[in-house]
Design a protein around this ligand. Structure first.
Ligand SMILES: *Cc1c(COP(=O)(O)O)cnc(C)c1O
Length: 393
């Protein structure tokens, strides 16, 4: 409520800048109205035809901004992420041998950036280990590649490192986050995630020339350098949120309540991505509905079931979101047919979550009669945001 709404140099901006600078160590901070605006600014500057971006997994808006620039986005999740049975805690890791191979194959000058998404939102919400981040960073340094952290869930990722990766128990969550940032050349954040706010984002960079180039785009598309697309109250809230998100009570409740939902669904025999990540439970819709082929979108069928039967809104992360077409307009399916149940922070009580768990009994009892969908309308980019569907009779 005390946001300073001055056009330039608002005290709320100074607070936001100070907080981000202190957390990330990056000198140049560009405020934006949300994460994808920061992506648009940085990746259209770095991208373009012939360029390649490499990530553990590009988030959908990240991939879209890269592809919109004409560049190519390559996902290289770690090997362990393909085995759903093991308890390995860091399935968000990047595949290091694959990174080396891609560098050798394409050459460093073709690679616009390496993006480490923490936690790995499109891949199960699972964390990246400090060890993996250190090795990715070392490879990037060796080949003079730009390393950007998509740090939307940096606090949740720090929680997993502290509790599940050896040698980190005595560090604070914030210190762990700082260590991660120190490995990179910059970061992009959607403040809607681990800054605990309704709107906002930023791009933070180490390099002055790169920051200057991005600043022109910021002013053209978002707003002046000391507010981006944000009101003073938003900037004030981001500064506060970035502090609160690292509180132990908050983080512990957050991670444990997500695991509570995931464990309960797994017990019912719902195929979930294992182990449960930080902000969401991911369901293998392709395994839940083996009778629905990829081109009939089993994930969309589950999203539909959840909404119609339970009023529960989820999102498909499968061939609707990441499918492509070959020359003959035949679907090239996504690697996995997932549905994400993302849990808003500080919104639900345990009884809401218990309700969700109960709805899955109904989902299971209608499992074999559940049918797939066909797409009747779609856009070229991010089609899952606006596509229309019709049930297959
Ligand atoms: C949400 C998100 C984004 C995009 O941020 P918006 O604020 O929604 O534009 C980018 N990357 C990841 C990993 C995200 O979770």
């Amino acid at each position: 409520m005390r946001g300073d709404e001055s056009y330039a140099g608002a005290s709320s901006w100074k607070r936001m800048y100070q907080e981000i600078h202190d957390l990330t160590g990056f000198e140049f901070v560009l405020p934006t109205h949300q994460g994808r605006a920061a992506e648009k600014i940085l990746y259209s500057h770095l991208g373009g035809a012939g360029k390649i971006f490499i990530s553990n997994t590009h988030f959908d808006t990240t991939r879209a901004n890269i592809e919109y620039s004409g560049a190519t986005a390559i996902d290289i999740p770690c090997r362990e992420s393909h085995d759903n049975e093991t308890d390995f805690a860091f399935k968000g890791n990047m595949n290091l041998p694959a990174l080396s191979e891609l560098i050798a194959k394409h050459g460093a000058s073709t690679i616009a950036a390496v993006i480490l998404t923490v936690t790995n939102n499109s891949g199960g919400g699972q964390p990246v280990s400090m060890e993996n981040a250190i090795q990715v960073s070392a490879l990037c340094k060796k080949h003079h590649l730009l390393l950007i952290i998509d740090c939307c869930r940096i606090a949740e990722n720090a929680y997993f490192i502290k509790h599940f990766e050896e040698g980190n128990k005595t560090k604070s969550y914030r210190a762990i986050a700082r260590e991660l940032f120190a490995l990179a050349d910059g970061c992009i954040m959607s403040a809607k995630k681990d800054a605990l706010v309704n709107i906002g984002g930023f791009l933070a960079l180490k390099n002055k020339e790169l920051a200057s180039a991005c600043t022109s785009a910021l002013i053209i598309t978002e707003g002046f350098t000391t507010y981006g697309g944000l009101a003073g109250r938003d900037m004030e809230a981001i500064a506060q949120g970035l502090k609160e998100v690292f509180e132990d009570d908050y983080l512990t409740y957050r991670i444990k309540s997500t695991a509570y939902l995931g464990n309960a669904l797994r017990k019912k025999g719902i195929p979930v991505i294992w182990p449960i990540g930080g902000h969401a439970v991911y369901i293998h819709a392709g395994e839940l509905y083996p009778h629905i082929p990829a081109h009939q979108y089993p994930g969309q069928a589950l999203v539909h079931e959840l909404y119609v039967r339970g009023g529960i809104r989820a999102v498909e992360i499968g061939s609707v979101m990441f499918g492509k077409y070959d020359e003959n307009k035949k679907l090239i399916p996504a690697a996995r047919e997932l549905v994400r149940l993302a849990i808003p922070r500080r919104v639900y009580t345990q009884s809401h979550i218990d309700y969700v768990i109960e709805v899955f009994d109904e989902i299971l009892s209608h499992k074999t009669q559940t049918k797939g969908f066909r797409i009747t309308y779609e856009d070229n980019f991010l089609r899952h945001f606006t596509a229309h569907f019709e049930p297959i009779a």
